[in-house]
Design a binder for this molecule. Structure first.
Ligand code: PMP
Ligand code: GLU
Length: 397
């Protein structure tokens, strides 16, 4: 009964883990969750107030398919001031979250047989989004010792005559890695030589630590910008995951095609949420800095605690709110006659024994690792790590 396409994919493992933790909590189990990646802060007050105002004004009808002009203008201004990128209203578009932008883009440019290069560890939804468009994900592994960065040589090697698109994500979910300007320039040189497209997922742009400076590959040159889709959204920056507003800047003809697809699927992003997104982009940005400060502090505590665990190694993430730690030291260990054989088994063990929800690295294409979202309080981090320490110590070697 089901289509081949849908049979080829699995549900989002991050959302599945979230659902599991929520169900356990509902059943009265006190679960600590490092699972889903969503800020634990409230959407800032001025943004919520704008939504209330929009509702009270009766801004409750269908809107322009690709987003209302005022929101498009706010996005154009954001790209200009933050990234030095010029777009006009025909080259930006709003969808129901960054995920939906990626879905629309895949549907608009990919055909069966096309290859999409996805460096691993990757965000869980990139391969299924390519598969749903009939395309083939080509996973290119990267190593912790190389800071999980795709090298120009590895990119070059992965390119074939069927390559259509490269997916870049900086700051990265799950590794927290941030590409520098010169690294992006080196990748851009390969992209231009092979005439492929790039989607640059910049959803964690504002969550960047230490002295890192954010740079978009679209800034490398006009030639590169002409083949790049810059994806961003309000979910992570403004703690607005439930509002479902994401946006993209890119070549006009593809934006028009994506708008056509949206007109035949979701019609438009939620009207009230679009008004809230304008308040987010145009309003005061101090809440962004406050959230970033909190994430930074949690990052230090979490990464230090992870590295203090026997046999665990965790690179210091430079952006986003994830720590990706190598737990493979525990994979051959036993508990009650049962041998843990990978990240899924270890996460299941930690969920049942320690009541801690995590996402197994295999979901991101790297089975040696486990992902921790530190979008949670310092107290929760400390408690969660205490529980994990105890559960790991209970494993026999
Ligand atoms: N890209 C990455 C790397 C993400 O982690 C997420 C998180 N959900 C998204 C895109 C999409 O976010 P949203 O659909 O909420 O805008
Ligand atoms: N992107 C977040 C995560 O990786 C939210 C869940 C999702 O959309 O996959 O946990």
């Amino acid at each position: 009964m089901l289509s081949e396409r849908v049979r080829a994919i699995k549900p989002s493992p991050t959302l599945a883990m979230n659902a599991k933790a929520v169900a356990m909590r509902r059943a009265g189990v006190d679960v600590i969750s490092f699972g889903v990646g969503e800020p634990d802060f409230e959407t800032p007050q001025h943004i919520r107030q704008e939504a209330v105002r929009a509702m009270e004004e009766g801004f409750t009808r269908y809107t322009a398919v690709g987003g209302i002009p005022e929101l498009k203008d706010a996005i154009i201004e954001k790209f200009k001031t933050d990234n030095g990128l010029e777009f006009d209203r025909d080259s930006v578009m709003v969808s129901c979250g960054g995920k939906h932008v990626l879905y629309n883009l895949a549907q608009a440019i990919l055909d069966p047989g096309d290859e999409v290069i996805i460096p691993a560890p990757y965000w869980v939804s990139y391969p299924p989004i390519a598969v749903l468009a009939g395309a083939e994900p080509v996973i290119v592994p990267t190593e912790a010792r190389d800071d999980f960065k795709l090298s120009p040589e590895a990119l070059e090697q992965a390119i074939t005559p069927r390559t259509k698109l490269l997916v870049l994500n900086s700051p990265s979910n799950p590794t927290g890695v941030v590409y520098t300007q010169s690294e992006l320039e080196a990748l851009a040189e390969v992209v231009l030589r092979h005439d492929i497209f790039v989607v640059s997922d910049e959803i964690y742009e504002k969550l960047i630590f230490d002295d890192q400076v954010f740079f978009s590959i679209a800034q490398v040159s006009d030639a590169l910008k002409a083949r790049t889709f810059v994806v961003n959204g309000v979910s992570k920056t403004y703690a607005m995951t439930g509002w479902r507003i994401g946006y993209v800047g890119g070549p006009k003809e593809v934006i028009a095609a994506m708008t056509k697809i949206q007109s035949q699927s979701t019609s438009n992003p939620n009207s009230v949420a679009q008004r809230a997104a304008i308040a987010a982009l145009n309003g005061p940005q101090d809440s962004v800095l406050e959230m970033k400060r909190a994430f930074d502090e949690r990052r230090s505590v979490l990464v230090d605690r992870l590295n203090a665990l026997d046999g665990v190694v965790c690179n210091r993430p430079q952006g986003a709110f994830y720590a990706f730690a190598d737990f493979s030291h525990y994979y051959r260990k036993e508990k009650d006659g049962h041998t843990l054989d990978g990240s899924t088994a270890l996460c299941e063990y930690l969920l049942t024994q320690a009541r801690v929800a995590l996402v197994p690295g295999i979901a991101f294409g790297a089975d040696n690792f486990i992902r921790f979202s530190y979008a949670t309080s310092l107290e929760t981090i400390a408690q969660g790590l205490d529980r994990i320490t105890e559960a790991l110590e209970a494993l026999s070697s």
